[in-house]
Design a protein around this ligand. Sequence first.
Ligand code: HEM
Length: 237
Amino acid sequence: MVNLAIKLKEGTKKAHTAAENVGFVKCFLKGVVEKSSYRKLVGNLYFVYAAMEEEMERLNQNPIISKINFPELHRKASLEQDLFYYYGSNWRDQVVLSSAGKAYVDRIREIAKTAPELLIAHSYTRYMGDLSGGQILKGIAQRGMNLVDGEGTAFYEFEAIPDEKAFKANYRQTLDALPLTEADADRIVEEANDAFGLNMTMFQELEGNLIKAIGMLLFNTLTRRKTRGSTELATVE
Ligand code: HEM
């Protein structure tokens, strides 16, 4: 038995701070959210969660993965709902996996084949983060993009988890009870740091898009090309 939950929390502290400091994330936290960048992120997350959840389901007979695969955490269906909102009914034809998103998906597929226990690191990095900041991020997204409640934020709603704090405690206990060695745990922490890195690269990719959109807004304001009083950001593809 190893204290995997603490090891993960302590061992990814620096990576967490680094992720919070990526420009795209910082802008988001300040309420600078722009639909064309945000929906690209939702698109990438869709492919990432779909891969992670599919691989964990496939490994449901694996003695370690089966214990950490909680269907109530699954985000694929909620991301589909959000993509429908942002892109419309033909979202499947429009949504694109970026190169950073592809690297992330490729890594998930690879370890599922070669070292499935490392999927724990990916589950931890995404779901524990989602459960921790979900409600705050939801509010920011709603205010930043003028969303009506319930539209485009299904991702943040864990309908089958009424008490997120209690669920996190249970998830941590489950991590600690997994039959792993210290060496396994160290490898999982290493993989979690890589997972943070993959997320950061994905956010960095979106930064250029956001900067372009802000630039357009500034340009439009300066040249008054848009309707006076409009605060809507110009869409950048
Ligand atoms: C938007 C910027 C972010 C903020 C403000 C933020 C904030 C937080 C907060 C307040 C917690 C709760 C800590 C606790 O329960 O003791 C947390 C936990 C966590 N966050 Fe973030 N976070 C951010 C970004 C991220 C990102 C980008 C990831 C990874 C993709 C992430 C992954 C995690 C994980 C895995 C935990 C659980 C730590 C643990 O208890 O083991 N966070 N975050």
